[in-house]
Ligand binder design. Structure first.
Ligand SMILES: Cc1cc2nc3c(=O)[nH]c(=O)nc-3n(C[C@H](O)[C@H](O)[C@H](O)COP(=O)(O)OP(=O)(O)OC[C@H]3O[C@@H](n4cnc5c(N)ncnc54)[C@H](O)[C@@H]3O)c2cc1C
Length: 349
């Protein structure tokens, strides 16, 4: 049984920052994530994309943000259960919780912070015979490392931002990029649509619309696809087929935990982001309240306020005094201490 003060479900940016804020209050955290690596959407969906709205970082790659958050929390020695999905929760008589994963790992904590984002990642898959056979053998629903496609033939299907952005990005990486969409109109940002148009004119993107991918071919790995356009079929050779039709958000098992759910998100109050069950908080993309914005910086704010409440629950009657890290420094659980150099006071004569 793994024991901790705050059990965080979801190691996305919100969950990772919770470790730091909890650490400042001397609370220990353990994180569970269904994915094999921390970082949530940032590392699973767009690690190589720059983010422009993280305070203090004019531009930072999503993968680097994850690295920085891990580094920032390291001194507070969080535990991780990765590659396992939190499946069930049982409230104990003393008000604490036992959370068990799909692999049977049990975690015991007085506070649970659900930072489950979109829930389990479920890509919308095209209805194509045998598509499962080619998954990770040329058919990928996410682009984790664009280098995989260097000098390869790539076919992307889809008409949203993801399909447009990646077609543009890979135009300089892959040996050929084909973008297939069933309509002539795209749902993405106007400048992306214009960029694709430009790249088409210089033969860096082969745009096929309105058309659909109707069959996949290959023995052990994908080798080609059938494209149907105006009722006519043609086969195009390829090394990779990347359907980018978005994600269908699925809360997964958390949806059955007796929490108040609205539009696939967990309802919380706006004081400390606690759910309808005392001791269970929901922070980041997974929660909903009036005016909710699904942004990383909002998750950071929610994590900070949530930790204050967790502290009060765990230390009843104890007065909390907010201290600036510039003044108090940071005492890591690993024995490290960070502090700004003390001012030198000189005698004034
Ligand atoms: C392409 C793209 C670009 C974006 N650009 C920006 C941007 O520029 N600026 C910005 O602020 N935001 C951006 N976002 C949104 C941002 O990524 C999210 O707001 C952020 O990731 C939310 O963080 P989170 O930690 O709340 O959830 P997530 O990042 O979704 O992490 C949740 C984690 O919980 C895990 N999980 C869920 N259920 C379980 C379970 N039962 N058991 C175990 N683990 C579970 C998941 O596996 C996941 O790793 C973008 C999103 C996308 C897709």
């Amino acid at each position: 049984m793994i024991k901790t003060d705050i059990l965080i479900i979801g190691a996305g940016p919100t969950g990772l920052f919770t470790v730091f804020e909890a650490g400042l209050l001397k609370l220990k955290c353990h994180l569970i994530d269904a994915l094999p690596q921390p970082g949530g959407q940032c590392s699973e969906l767009y690690p190589k994309k720059p983010i422009y709205d993280i305070p203090g970082f004019p531009e930072i790659l999503a993968g680097d943000l994850t690295g920085n958050l891990l580094e920032q929390g390291k001194q507070f020695q969080p535990g991780f259960t990765l590659g396992e999905r939190a499946e069930t929760i049982d409230k104990q008589e003393d008000g604490s919780f036992i959370v068990t994963t799909n692999k049977g790992t049990q975690h015991h904590a007085p506070i649970v912070a659900i930072a489950g984002g979109l829930g389990s990642f479920e890509p919308r898959k095209p209805k194509l015979e045998n598509i499962e056979k080619y998954e990770d053998k040329g058919v990928n629903y996410f682009i984790k490392d664009p280098e995989l496609y260097r000098d390869k033939k790539v076919i992307i299907a889809g008409g949203g931002d993801s399909a447009l952005d990646w077609a543009i990005f890979l135009a300089d990486v892959a040996s050929s990029v084909t973008l297939v969409h069933r309509r002539n109109e795209f749902r993405g940002a106007l400048d992306s649509v214009e960029k694709v148009q430009e790249l088409k004119l210089v033969n860096k993107i082969n745009l096929i619309t309105p058309a659909e991918v109707t069959a996949l071919h290959g023995t052990d790995h994908i080798e080609g696809i059938t494209i149907t356009k105006d009722g006519e079929e043609s086969i195009l050779e390829t090394d990779y087929f990347i359907p980018l039709f978005g994600l269908s958000p699925k809360l997964g098992p958390i949806g059955d935990w007796g929490l108040e759910i609205e539009k696939n998100a967990i309802k919380v109050n706006t004081v400390d982001y606690q759910t309808n069950i005392d001791g269970i908080f929901a922070i980041g993309d997974v929660n909903t309240y009036e005016g909710k914005l699904k942004l990383i910086l909002c998750g950071f704010h929610e994590a900070t306020l949530m930790c204050q409440s967790a502290y009060k629950i765990l230390n009843p009657g104890k007065k909390f005094v907010l201290k600036y890290t510039t003044v108090s420094g940071i005492d890591g659980f690993d024995g490290t201490r960070k502090e700004s150099p003390k001012a030198v006071v000189k005698a004034i004569v």
